[in-house]
Design a protein around this ligand. Structure first.
Ligand SMILES: Cc1cc2nc3c(=O)[nH]c(=O)nc-3n(C[C@H](O)[C@H](O)[C@H](O)COP(=O)(O)OP(=O)(O)OC[C@H]3O[C@@H](n4cnc5c(N)ncnc54)[C@H](O)[C@@H]3O)c2cc1C
Length: 431
């Protein structure tokens, strides 16, 4: 996505308006972004480069870490390229090693489409710093250790932020606060109660295989009672002496509430201990939520982006790319037409992602049934050709201009799962 280059001189709409609301509103910004993760940073970079006056607040200090697998698919690498973020500090990845029981398939990323032929592993502490540094370099003002919350007028329109004891006015408030919390509640942008979500846990370990060029995903995890877990265990080599190790699970599995992620991670670590020669955890394993739906992602004067908009791929837990893409889109629509931006954002993000994410959520109900998961996996990794399609579909790496076999499979899955949806929900395995 390329933005038309604007500068403050070019466009009077984005001229600074400090203090134009008298005593009540001490400062005015075009965009006020709450949250400096990938989504917030992408919005800030795009907005500031386009000449908008941008404020970003984050409640954490500069250099904060985020619980994450640090994995970037080619789709995410393409989004970073759109933002002109060089990958020099990341470890490049050629493809995915899928493991299902004793079956191992090493697959290159799909070639020839609109996405590059490589992914990456980029530890979040460094990736997020690179992104927010780019936002600051573009002219965005960043305030750390500053929690923010939207100010809503009597009609429910977001008109600015309350942050660090100050009141700030903004034409567009961007909620980039990650998995829903207080800000989402204030905006009415919460997770849809009966839709799936994920939980995942990760740590870092040292391994002589830290330079490995494949992400590794083990799709056949079982919990302590032997129930198949819809999700996967991962080894994502960071190229800096360490490997990001983790496990994630979907809420659609039976006994999800009883699932002990720490124990699941320990058992996965035992499984890979020999092949990766892993050392002890370098840090305490930490878990966090993966939101996969939202009741609302825009309203008068505001939009939600990234995790705050429930934009996580239910088929692989990927959210960095969706954060970057939604952040760029929100800001570029704002630069184009500030008044229409929230509504256009809702429509365009829907056109880009809704069908895929809806199919992913239905798929999550499907694989919540252990027997479907087990037989599905046999098919999914049964041959190299099918495994390649699985990788392309699950990674949302289908090129819409040349959809190919993966595009046809996705279309079929979309239609088939739509028909099966009521049955899937009625018979959901989760308890
Ligand atoms: C264990 C785990 C592994 C994962 N692995 C991967 C992976 O390998 N690849 C991938 O693509 N995705 C992965 N994800 C998902 C990914 O981490 C998220 O989708 C991504 O971080 C979303 O970015 P974001 O900018 O929307 O939110 P975040 O990165 O969560 O950033 C939100 C920011 O908002 C700030 N904030 C929150 N509330 C306020 C407030 N009121 N005021 C000010 N600041 C506030 C927070 O401090 C934070 O800095 C994983 C998630 C988990 C839990």
């Amino acid at each position: 996505m390329q933005l038309s280059p604007l500068s403050q001189q070019d466009d009077a709409r984005f001229a600074p308006k400090r203090g134009d609301h008298g005593g009540l509103m001490s400062q005015h910004y075009d965009l006020a972004v709450i949250g400096a993760g990938p989504a917030g940073a992408a919005a800030a970079i795009t907005g500031a480069r386009g000449g908008a006056r941008v404020l970003v607040v984050d409640q954490a200090p500069y250099g904060r870490d985020k619980v994450c697998g640090d994995g970037l698919t080619p789709r995410a690498v393409a989004a970073l390229a759109d933002l002109d973020i060089p990958l020099d500090d990341a470890h490049l990845i050629d493809g995915l090693r899928m493991i299902a029981g004793k079956r191992i398939r090493e697959l290159a990323w799909p070639a020839g489409g609109r996405f590059p032929g490589h992914g990456a592993v980029w530890p979040r502490k460094r990736l997020d710093a690179a992104l927010i540094d780019a936002a600051a370099a573009a002219g965005a003002e960043i305030r750390w250790d500053t929690a923010g919350e939207p100010i809503l007028d009597a009609d429910g329109r977001a008109i600015g932020l309350r942050a660090g004891g100050e009141t700030v006015h903004a034409d567009l408030v961007v909620a980039a606060t990650g998995a829903p919390g207080k800000v989402a509640r204030m905006l009415g942008a919460e997770r849809v109660a009966d839709e799936p979500f994920g939980l995942a846990i990760r740590a870092y370990v040292e391994s002589p295989r830290h330079l490995d060029k494949h992400l590794e995903a083990c799709l056949t995890l079982t919990d302590e009672t032997g129930i198949s877990v819809p999700g996967y265990g991962w080894m994502f080599p960071a190229g800096d002496g360490t490997v990001n190790i983790g496990v994630g699970a979907l809420s659609t599995m039976k006994s999800f509430k009883q699932l002990n992620l720490n124990r699941l991670l320990d058992s996965y670590r035992a499984l890979v201990a020999d092949s990766w020669e892993v050392g002890p955890y370098l840090d305490r394993p930490r878990a966090w939520r993966l939101p996969m739906s939202t009741t609302k992602r825009h309203g008068p004067g505001w939009v939600a982006i990234g995790d705050a908009a429930g934009l996580v791929n239910p088929m692989n837990g990927e959210g960095i790319d969706y954060g970057l893409e939604s952040g760029m889109l929100a800001a570029s629509l704002f630069l184009d037409d500030p008044a229409m931006a929230p509504e256009r954002y809702d429509v365009e993000i829907g056109e880009r992602f809704d069908r895929f994410l809806r199919t992913g959520r239905r798929f999550a109900f499907l694989i919540g049934h252990p027997w479907i998961l087990r037989s599905g996996l046999r098919v999914a990794v049964g041959t190299d050709a099918i495994a390649k399609i699985t990788l392309q579909v699950m990674g949302n790496l289908v090129d819409s201009s040349t959809p190919g076999a993966a595009g046809r499979v996705l279309g079929l899955a979309d239609r088939g799962l739509a028909v099966a949806d009521p049955v899937l929900r009625r018979t959901r395995a989760a308890a």
